[in-house]
Write a protein that binds this ligand. Structure first.
Ligand SMILES: Cc1cc2nc3c(=O)[nH]c(=O)nc-3n(C[C@H](O)[C@H](O)[C@H](O)COP(=O)(O)O)c2cc1C
Length: 153
């Protein structure tokens, strides 16, 4: 079974709605399941154990959520030289009021340091969560799971 790890943080629920839609897309795919983790509880072992992962963060003060940064801070030393996680496929979802580009670019920069492999452009959602945003996130989950099943990623 393909395991897609969804790491998220939320305060008012927007990012969680998007993250749950990604998870739903994964879970609706044959031979795949989503592991849904609040960033505060996500560990290096979660990253080792997944086939791909999605970082879902709000943009706060022109940066990723502190809990997402904390996840990177806690896992970098343990993972950076571990060849098993090099080229691990990942995607980014950002929920923002009106921008989102800063959270995305900072997350991407950190992911380069781990040598993770970006497999799709980020989904950046501005303002309240709409049905279209939810659908895009659902499709992302399905695309990742199917792409890994088909050995495309
Ligand atoms: C403390 C704080 C800082 C924020 N800073 C930004 C920002 O820099 N850029 C932006 O576009 N939106 C900003 N926002 C808006 C949030 O990104 C947006 O409301 C997002 O959907 C919140 O996600 P959440 O409901 O998962 O916490 C900020 C919100 C908060 C609470």
């Amino acid at each position: 079974m393909i395991n897609v790890l969804i790491i998220y943080h939320t305060q008012s629920g927007n990012t969680e709605k998007l993250a749950r839609a990604v998870a739903q897309g994964v879970n609706d795919t044959e031979n795949a399941y989503a592991t849904f983790k609040n960033a505060s509880n996500a560990t290096a072992q979660d990253v080792r154990g997944c086939n791909a992962f999605v970082i879902c963060s709000p943009e706060y003060f022109g940066y990723m959520a502190g809990a997402i940064k904390d996840f990177f801070d806690r896992t970098y030393e343990e993972l950076k030289d571990d060849q098993r996680i090099w080229k691990k496929p990942y995607c980014i979802v950002v929920s923002a009021g009106n921008d989102g580009s800063f959270a995305h670019s900072h997350i991407e920069r950190i992911c380069k340091g781990y040598r993770f492999k970006k497999i799709q452009h980020p989904i950046i959602c501005k303002g309240p969560v709409t049905e279209e945003m939810v659908r895009k996130c659902f499709d992302l989950g399905m695309t990742i799971a199917e792409g890994i099943n088909a050995k495309i990623f």
